[in-house]
Design a protein around this ligand. Structure first.
Ligand code: CS2
Ligand code: MG
Length: 404
């Protein structure tokens, strides 16, 4: 037995806010978990500090499944991003501990490597098509085999996925009060096929091209967009409509063969059960840090495998390096892997998070250090206090709230 003797929540903001859980056992082994929920960081920190950490003390760190069931069923109030991110942080830290005690990287505990490396996609963006094409070229030159393309929509004041002028890494949670933008779907539906067509025209079809619609269309608009993009052979369009309306994807499927990826805002197997079992999507994007950790993510991915749905986990910069490390271990081991998002982390994140994953020719590898292969410098973390930041709120031209 390895008894949990300390459970500590670290809130730090090296470049952006992160919440990290540190679990320590009586034999001095430390496990790290990511509890970051962009814009609601303190809610998860409190859920952990006030309602979970005290319950962990004295428990056996090896009993990962039992602790998962205890935290999920024992809370009575289930699911949702705050609860499942808190449970995820505990779960990820416990797998880190188990790997360290076993002297094995976590992927070896998950059945070993099913592939040599983890195919990743990078983010390219631009204020206009020309700037986007330059950014796509830069990422292809760096060896990426898959690139997500986002460009500012003419006439729309703030477009998702495009950094503000002077911002070198896109961070949407940019203000202590949610920034508000004005959105116009018709402008977007006219522009997106033009942008993605320009990328294919310049660079051809020898790399994977992805695009994030970011929840903004109605089902029939999404069907129209998917059909308009079929000639560009997208690897996927992501979140075409709000993910929680699972049956809406039946209508999208009736109109287009463009592959669909959904899941980054979903937090449990029940939230995506219909999407998977009705084959309404092609990739499931649930993340290790927002969907209950490694233990629950494996269940989601196993269900997806049964229905021919591949993985495509969320990996934006607001999921910490701890989360990315854990994701890579799962990605390396699952049979139905599709692709992993890799946005990188704005500096000075590397002053706090010491990682061991490596990039080579378009693939990441988690490394073979025992556990997850990531360590957190607590002293460095104290230099970056929490900095209240919220995600934007999106409004239509008439001022009514729209999905961001
Ligand atoms: C996006 C994210 O990476 C993605 O696919 O949807 O950037 C998302 O907007 C952020 O993670 C929200 O915090
Ligand atoms: Mg997305």
């Amino acid at each position: 037995m390895s008894k949990i003797v300390d459970a500590k929540v670290i809130v730090t903001a090296p470049g952006r806010n992160y919440v990290t859980l540190k679990l320590t056992t009586d034999d001095g082994v430390v496990g790290w978990g990511d509890a970051t929920l962009n814009g609601r960081e303190l809610a998860v920190a409190s859920y952990l500090r006030d309602h979970v950490c005290p319950l962990l003390l004295g428990r056996d760190a090896h009993r990962i499944e039992d602790l998962w069931q205890y935290l999920y069923k024992g809370a009575y109030w289930r699911r949702g991003p705050v609860t499942m991110t808190a449970i995820a942080a505990v779960d990820i830290a416990l797998w880190d501990i188990k790997g360290k005690i076993a002297g094995l990287p976590v992927y070896q505990l998950l059945g070993g490597a099913a592939r040599d490396g983890v195919l990743v996609y990078a983010h390219a963006s631009g204020e206009g098509i020309s700037e986007l094409l330059d950014d796509v070229a830069a990422h292809l030159d760096q060896g990426y085999l898959a690139v997500r393309a986002q460009a500012a929509v003419p006439g729309v004041d703030k477009t998702y996925g495009v950094p503000e002028r002077g911002q070198n890494v896109y961070e949407p949670a940019s203000a202590a009060v949610p920034a508000e933008g004005r959105w116009d779907t018709e402008s977007y539906l006219r522009f997106a096929p033009e942008v993605l067509g320009a990328v294919r025209e310049r660079f051809g079809f020898d790399f994977h091209l992805l695009h994030d619609v970011h929840h903004r269309l109605t089902p029939i608009e999404a069907g129209r967009l998917g059909r308009d993009l079929e000639e560009h052979r997208m690897f996927w369009i992501e979140d075409p409509t709000p993910a929680e309306d699972q049956s809406a994807f039946r209508l999208i499927r009736q109109h287009t063969t463009t592959p669909i990826a959904v899941g980054e805002v979903l937090n449990s197997i029940w939230d995506c059960q219909q999407l998977i079992t009705e084959r309404l999507i092609d990739y499931i994007r649930t993340s290790v840090s927002h969907a209950g950790g490694i233990t629950h993510l494996r269940r989601i991915f196993s269900l997806a495998e049964l229905y021919g749905v591949r993985t495509g986990s969320h990996g934006a910069g607001d999921l910490s390096p701890v989360s990315l490390s854990a994701a890579l271990h799962v990605d390396l081991a699952v049979p139905n892997f599709g692709i992993q998002e890799y946005m990188g982390h704005a500096e000075p994140a590397s002053e706090v998070f010491r990682t061991s994953y490596t990039f080579s020719n378009g693939y990441l590898h988690p490394g073979d250090a025992p556990g997850l292969g990531v360590e957190v410098d607590e002293r460095a973390a104290t230099a970056f206090p929490y900095d209240p930041r919220y995600l934007p709120v999106n409004r239509r031209r008439d001022g009514s709230v729209h999905d961001w």
